[in-house]
Design a protein around this ligand. Sequence first.
Ligand code: SAM
Length: 431
Amino acid sequence: MATNVRALAAKCTYAVIDKGRSLADELPALQEKVIGKDKGLLQELCYGVLRYLPELEHEVRQLIQKPLVAKQRAVHFLLLVGIYQIKYTRIPDHAAVSETVAATKPLKHQHLKALVNGILRNFQRKTTDNDEKLPVAIQYNHPSWFIKKIQNAYPDDWPAVLNANQEKPPMWLRVNQQHHTIEQYLELLAKADIEVASVDEFSGAIKLAQATDVNNLPGFELGHVSVQDGAAQQAAVLLDCQPHDNVLDCCAAPGGKTCHILELRPSINAMTAIDIEEKRLLRVKDNLARLNLSANVIAADASKPELWWDKQAYDRILLDAPCSGTGVIRRHPDIKWLRKSTDIEALTILQQQILKNIWPLLKPGGTLLYVTCSILPEENCEQIQQFISKNSDAELIAIDNTQQKIGWQILPNEQSMDGFYYAKLKKKNNG
Ligand SMILES: C[S@@+](CC[C@H](N)C(=O)[O-])C[C@H]1O[C@@H](n2cnc3c(N)ncnc32)[C@H](O)[C@@H]1O
């Protein structure tokens, strides 16, 4: 019997929401169970339910007489999958309903078939929404605590930021400039009939008009190109490594920025790439191998350099700090539900600790680039402001392309890039 994609989507979203598992941990194994286009459909259904969760939950609450009990939760998620398809996909309603109803069997809840069928048909028949004013968490499909933080941080832009988080992100490419200039690679894309939407002036990041399989990209296997968001591609350019520099990337996995730095400046003396998670470092090694680059890869805790540092000071340090990931919600919609308001303070303390303990490893005159994929000021400009106020040898270097006072906050509604924060710090020579 063919595997039912709706049943897998219900299992996946159930695991994320009720069991607190990450989408990245759950989805790939489930995708292995299906073939061809169903892999994409499964992804679309899981992402869709997580993007629109509050709204879909609201619809189910209106249509169900009493909530399903704990052991029927997988069917609750199946209802969300069903409503998502009817509301947001081009799947014909009859197919969406019949496939979703059929999923009760592999979920071993066939006795709820009539209930699922009835609810989905009632939803289909529902013509207009009640005029009731929905709570902002349902209107914008984000948790209330997060909406409040974004409203405080961006009083004018908060609706645009939240709406951008709901969008499907574009595919961005990073050209390996060891092999091709940006212009040469654009020609190869044109020959391969891959349409380009835009090119970022500062970094040369290429935004495709439509996502494509990496195997369609000219020279992907040969390491001539990588997939990396436009915001992440600013890091290596801003770090601006010079020939013979000793470089440290102290939160490196999976290695996107490590590789970009090496591609842009192969003449550096040495790159040390560390990460606390040994398993994630395998991806750094894979990426280095695919791109034919080399680095000294170490599993270590950046906040405890006394355990791994060889006392050779660095000219450049990239600190791509562990963060809330609130800038990359459009790529990882599970972040909205897995991240709790109480996590933020713990993360800011960890960032502060790493920054404080890694700073002495930087040579006088050297540069440290602090990066997060967060849009929360407490992890970003407030963190840096506090650091500068406590460290008289730290000088903030203005980033040319921004008018912002403390670092550069890219919001996800700007230039179709992920939400990122950059601050460039120089260690004073006489510090
Ligand atoms: C934002 S990710 C880095 C992404 C990476 N720079 C890239 O471009 O591919 C943050 C990384 O910090 C690592 N990390 C968290 N705490 C750490 C610590 N105390 N020391 C070193 N790495 C840490 C995490 O395992 C995670 O891989």
